[in-house]
Design a protein around this ligand. Structure first.
Ligand code: ZN
Length: 362
């Protein structure tokens, strides 16, 4: 009986204490956010913790607005919605919101069926790269006053869901379009920064067990684009690739670009030393006595990645590759794997871009 009474007492204390604890925590959180805003003054950025406070505040705001029609306003509040861009698409400048631009970028760059947290990480990477590009590009790098273009070799690819979504996704168009919009809207204004600057948030499809150092690919050091462990790449249909050439075609293609390469002897003499990074990328390969970068070989022979092996067999030259893309920054299949294992978008960003912070533009 005594035990039952004690249990009842504990239960009652818990029931009465819970609302006090919950209610007690909320004003404190709001007040912290207010303090930070005051301290930061007019700055564009707020701390990463505010992302979550924002989410709570937005939910509260939405609930409040639906209760009070008088508070409704047509003016957009969200950074992505109220910020306009001039983007060169198919040779014509289009003015659009950051939100519409990012929806097109995420649709172009990541499979829409990927987990939502991976799509959100892609949206954050795309927003960060967009700002990095705008802040660091010569304004004359695009015609007609455009700030960005849809050429992925220059800026980022863009896919217009409105005009092409139905053809790409068929009956699932609305479903996939909604997922992508949600990924962009749920991360509104969130940007990855390093030392206060929006980062060059490059990404690739899939890499082996480690991502690559930017310096090994482009010869430029970025503190946040260094090798990190990754997994899940083998889910990519192109994770392992094979490209075959006849030995004579191989010799001709090399000779066209590197005329000093000596390939008159037996094929077993054609290939010399191969140097690799710790991530597996071929940094340099000696062909016919000429040292060639792995990335140049990748381009010349159309390989999926510069992480390759080369083999001579039955009159053929066989390249086998691991991974797809340059291997630097976020691995999209790695992001997918992390999301499937329960990681949130911010954890994915923090993992693939070393030492960055997440901030919210407003
Ligand atoms: Zn461009």
């Amino acid at each position: 009986m005594k035990k039952i009474l004690i249990a009842l007492l504990v239960f009652l204390v818990c029931v009465y204490a819970l609302p006090v604890i919950t209610l007690g925590a909320q004003p404190q959180q709001t007040s912290d956010t207010g303090d930070k805003k005051e301290q930061n003054g007019d700055t564009d950025y707020r701390s990463a913790m505010d992302i979550w406070n924002d989410t709570i505040r937005n939910m509260m705001d939405s609930a409040q607005k639906s209760d009070d029609d008088n508070s409704l306003s047509d003016e957009p509040e969200d950074y992505d919605e109220k910020t306009l861009l001039r983007v060169l698409i198919d040779g014509e400048v289009r003015e659009m919101t950051v939100r519409d631009y990012l929806v097109g970028v995420v649709a172009a760059e990541m499979p829409a069926a990927f987990p939502i947290e991976a799509l959100k990480a892609q949206a954050v990477a795309a927003r960060s790269y967009m700002l990095h590009k705008i802040e660091n590009s010569d304004p004359s790098s695009h015609p007609q006053g455009a700030q960005l273009c849809d050429d992925y070799t220059h800026c980022t690819a863009f896919f217009d869901i409105e005009s092409g979504g139905r053809e790409l996704w068929g009956d699932s168009c609305d479903y996939y379009a909604e997922r992508i919009r949600a990924a962009v809207e749920d991360t509104d204004g969130v940007v990855a920064v390093y030392q206060g600057e929006s980062i060059a948030a490059v990404f690739h499809s899939a890499s082996d067990e480690m991502t690559e150092d930017a310096e090994n690919i482009w010869g430029v050091k970025y503190s946040y684009l260094t090798p990190v462990k990754t997994s899940g790449g083998s889910a990519s249909p192109n994770f392992y690739g094979t490209v075959v050439f006849s030995q004579s075609d191989f010799r001709e293609m090399i000779a066209d670009v590197y005329p000093s390469a000596a390939m008159d002897g037996h094929y077993s003499q054609w290939i010399g030393e191969i140097r690799r990074s710790q991530s597996g990328t071929v940094l340099g390969i000696v062909v016919g006595g000429v040292s060639i970068k792995g990335t140049e070989i990748r381009t010349l022979f159309g390989l999926n990645s510069a992480n390759f092996n080369i083999e001579f067999k039955n009159g053929e030259v066989i390249f086998t590759t691991v991974g797809t893309g340059h291997g630097v920054g976020m691995s999209q299949y790695g992001a997918r794997e992390m999301a499937l294992n329960g990681s949130y978008f911010d954890e994915i960003i923090y993992h693939y871009y070393s030492g960055v912070q997440l901030m919210v533009k407003n």
